[in-house]
Design a protein around this ligand. Sequence first.
Ligand code: ADP
Ligand code: MG
Length: 391
Amino acid sequence: MNSLQSFDYAGKRVLLRCDLNVPIKDGVITDDGRIRASLPTIQYLVSQGAAVIITAHLGRPKGERKAELSLAPVAHRLGDLLDMKVTFSQEIIGSIEAKNVKAGEVVLIENIRYEGAETSKDESERTTLAKELAAYADIFISDGFGAVHRKHASVYDVAKLLPHAPGYLVAAEIDVLKKLTQNPQRPYGVVLGGSKVSDKIGVIENLLDKVNVMAIGGGMLFTFLAAQGYEIGKSLVEVDLIPTVKELMARAEKLSVTLLLPTDIVVAPAFAADATPTIVGADSIPADQMGLDIGPVSAAAFAAAIVECKTVFWNGPMGVFEFPNFAVGTKVVAQALTQVTGISVVGGGDSAAAVRKLGFADSDFGYISTGGGASLEYLEGKELPGISVLA
Ligand code: ADP
Ligand code: MG
């Protein structure tokens, strides 16, 4: 695989795929983390004298020009952060701005998903769009990590048409993911939470024989409690996954993996910020209550296990952190991660949002991944088309 430094960029035109899929409310960007994560590669290319044409997506416009999903506000913020002019091109195909971009200049092309061909299952449709993009440039740099698990025209097909390399962000993400899957430093702990077991089952299955400790919190823990025959009241549960969870628990025991499940739970009568929290044993959840966080004894046990580890991967909040009454478990686990002396990785959109909301700095952790779906698919052992194509 080439690296970003493999090419001489002087006088060259570079098509750069970025992940600029940021949350925007009423035209205002509410979190520019992904734009900031894209800066090092852009700055490098500009400094090397490349003419840079950026392609990216926002949301899921499904082939339609939806005004609220325009990248125009992103072009503006990108210009502010780079402290240089970023020209915005409303045209995606046949862009005059992209054709005319000069050395050291940056053009951002409108939301590539306004073109239905970007996400088409039909390879020839995607290739047609990819050819239009490739025609703008001499070299393709892939830096949109959040989209590399997608076989999309601007991620996958275009790489087949131009000399290519990963950008700094994609290289850094892959580097971290390799540390989590190939000869990790031990003990190796994984903490999983979030709402659904079904989202994480592939990760649990693939990582179970690689880790020493696996701790389960969040909404998914109740499917584990249900699998043990406990009453879970009105808590989230995926009944159809109970047999799978039972198998996983048996496999963990066989592999001598320490599977940590909460022994106490914070319950409430309703899913609401002002619902009254009560701490109960994991085996005595009242039928009319729902579990919204792991209890303090469990949080302390998870934290104690985490700080012993040399490699920790955490995905999924321990409770409904959006409500302060149910954010304590997530905070205790996050705090423990900041004390890890080896490598600590936070993955997942909501998990990253949670640690920021709870007042932690990105630098408190070894690494905060920008790509939820892409990281999880890698950890499930799946091939990422946008990475394989760069080989
Ligand atoms: P990530 O985006 O980090 O992968 P997920 O999307 O899987 O995380 O899950 C995040 C959501 O899980 C949060 O919105 C949080 O409120 C929810 N959650 C955590 N614990 C519970 C619970 N006990 N009951 C319901 N929802 C929960
Ligand atoms: Mg999420």
